[in-house]
Design a protein around this ligand. Sequence first.
Ligand SMILES: Nc1ncnc2c1ncn2[C@@H]1O[C@H](COP(=O)(O)OP(=O)(O)O)[C@@H](O)[C@H]1O
Ligand SMILES: [Mg+2]
Length: 440
Amino acid sequence: MKKEKEVHTRKYYGIRFMSGMENLIRKTMPKIILLISEISYICLSIYLKYNIDRIEVDIDIIKNALNILSTIVLSAVGIIGLVMLIIKFGSPDANKLNDDFKRIGLVNNINEPPLLLSKIKNKTTNAIEYTFYFNGVVKNNFDRLRDELAQVLNTDIVDINFRIKGKRKKKMNKQYIVVICAPLNSIPETVFLDEKYLQTDRNIITLGVNWLGAVTADLRKTPHMLIGGSSGCGKTVLCRSLIYQFVKHKDTVYIADFKGIDFFEEQEAGYTVVTEEADFKNLIESILKELDTRKALFRKAHVRNLSQYNKKNPDNQLPRIVLFVDEAAEILDTTGLPKEQKAEIAEITSLLSRGARKYRALGLTLCICTQRPSNDIISGQIKNNLDLRIAGKCDSVLSDIILDTTEAARQIPKDSVGLFFSNTAGLFRGFLLDEDEAEE
Ligand SMILES: Nc1ncnc2c1ncn2[C@@H]1O[C@H](COP(=O)(O)OP(=O)(O)O)[C@@H](O)[C@H]1O
Ligand SMILES: [Mg+2]
């Protein structure tokens, strides 16, 4: 019988070598192994060389040739050994895991398991970050086999994502899949907003922490946000931690609080806090007016957005204008209202919608909070422009309304407070500003 032709398996030596070099720089163990093996090899070489040199040969040419040959062979073996060792560092646990991956069917079309390049433990949170090279084992496979993979790795999987690595970011897009493993309950219970989490870059804001540290949002990419989730899940507290950071960044913050009792401290500190419908409308109108003046300024300066303008005018930077709307449903829900009032609210909705759509480049940030942002409360026009979606505790229907996936309901335990799921960064714990908030 004809023997079945074996499928050729690529060895990816180059990628494993590069990743081995990275692991060598980042981790201690490979450094120690490399040092010990290099010292042993050098000692062995010296010993061999010494013995070869002692061989008695009368003819000088042969003696020289032997000398050169031994030097070449010893160096070559040394270099090959070194390269092989680095390649080995670049695919840790490969043999052990490869069989397991094959067993659970985590393979590409030619039956190759994914290529593990590094396994790094976060010292503060104990989360383990596995990085795989994308060798045709697509992210879908990882998602589908999430539970099986968790069993093989013997821990919970908290995130599976593409990671862009290295300097050639654009080119390397989607080349790596990172699986982050940690016990699901290992995000710290209470985290206070410490200086170390604050960002000096005015375009970046810290939402909270996860297993790997600070979770941030880039306001250039996602200027507007929608925060939803059932009552008491921590939305207002999250807003306050964001307000604190915007103020630190010297941005202009306005607050609309339709519960009317949550932002006394901010009001006392001198921020504009509106609680009535008419004041709110005036506030949005004045904000949009201010931004219209800014538009003229940008046109004159030939810049397209706020960060460009601020880069060009470092001594005369303009603030981001941030509008927080807490309990938005209290004002935007028109169910059962008389016709006149409905028209009034439609006007507010259209102002908000215009703001979200047209003023993002000018430095407007909208942060809209409400328990249930269904279409009758937050119109599609507004919602489509709220790019950063954050859900607190919720059921799968609510999760779907907020994020367009049921993931938040799956990942946030029913009894948790201050735990959120975002469409850009997954699960995170929001900050508390002080002890008072924790005790409430
Ligand atoms: N990040 C957090 N960590 C710990 N406890 C929190 C956190 N966020 C909120 N809480 C607790 O939950 C309570 C309700 O939070 P709140 O922000 O008022 O909820 P919501 O606005 O969603 O109704 C707070 O008073 C606080 O005690
Ligand atoms: Mg609230």
